[in-house]
Write a protein that binds this ligand. Sequence first.
Ligand SMILES: *Cc1c(COP(=O)(O)O)cnc(C)c1O
Length: 391
Amino acid sequence: MNYKISRRAASLSPSLTLAIDSKAKQMKADGLDVVGFGAGEPDFDTPQHIKDACSKALAAGFTKYTPAAGIPELRAAIADKHKRENGLTYKPSQVIVSCGGKHSCFNVIFATCEEGDEVIIPAPYWLSYPEMVKMAGAKPVIVETTDKTEFKLTPDALRQAITPRTRLFVLNSPSNPTGSVYTPDELKALGDICVEKNVLIMSDEIYEHLLYDGATTRSVASFSPAHFEHTIIVHGFAKAWSMTGWRLGWCAAPEPIAKAIDAVQSHSTSNPTSFAQKGAVAALTGPQDHLPLWLAEFNKRRTFAWNKINSIPGLSCVNAKGAFYLFPNIAKTGLKSADFCAKLLEVEKVAAVPGVAFGADDYIRLSYATSMANIEKGLERIERFCQGLVK
Ligand SMILES: *Cc1c(COP(=O)(O)O)cnc(C)c1O
């Protein structure tokens, strides 16, 4: 049978991260001692009080449809969070709860972009952004950055990339895959240009709480009413509350955009899971004391890994102060990233994600959302691997 695949679906690249991950999992299943640096999720459990709130809702029969945009209680708790932590005033009607931060990104792009529109995405980028833009029929405009600017887009580079067709600028700080964090001043400078040129910003702030070494961040929406009107915040529960499998995220947007997203969602997924939403209310309104403990642990691993990587001939790594990733430069090894990662997995049984998946072929992504013992063992192996490459 000769199946016709739609132009949109056929234009997508399958996820390279998932391919490496499944190979590593297969090797593990075959009894091999594989060290995985591929994790895109915290290795901590969801805090107990969040699980309890969900179990309680389930037991009480909170198992039916909710409003498509989420339960009023959760939308209000999210609006409160933005007021309290970011100084931003959203009405609950401007908050749309979706099935994960990824789904929120998709909704935002789908609701604002179409054929003929350009979307500026700085590389290295989270690999789903360009594919989502293509699915919406719009064109991703990739602007490269390197470790020389800590993978940060300069205001000049943004200005040069903007054309009359630019609809959206995708900003992700702290960043997946680089762990880079823009300073408030740098964010304001980028926001100023978007306001001046009337470009919307999709600000993916999902790693907002994962900061180290005294780094601070600020929502780009918070600099002025004009910045607020040009920004759509994407956020979620996956990272700071370790709720990846719950599939819950949100966006906070100007009212007309929120309305459009609500309509899109009401005809696609409808509401996110009812009882999971009750857990999310507890995540936002309950104690946050898990977070300092997680941050201390992440920071210990981050500091160790960063020092170790920089001691390995052939590798260098900028000091990334957010999320849970390091993004070492491998150019001196003479290998491109896919080759590097394939050989590393083959020879040393270490799984890392090739930078080419994120639009940056001279780098690899290492996640430190894994135990210190794994990190020590894995980096020893990477060191041995690089010694074989760099003469
Ligand atoms: C993890 C992540 C998300 C959201 O993930 P969900 O599991 O869909 O909530 C969004 N953006 C970035 C950059 C991420 O790394």
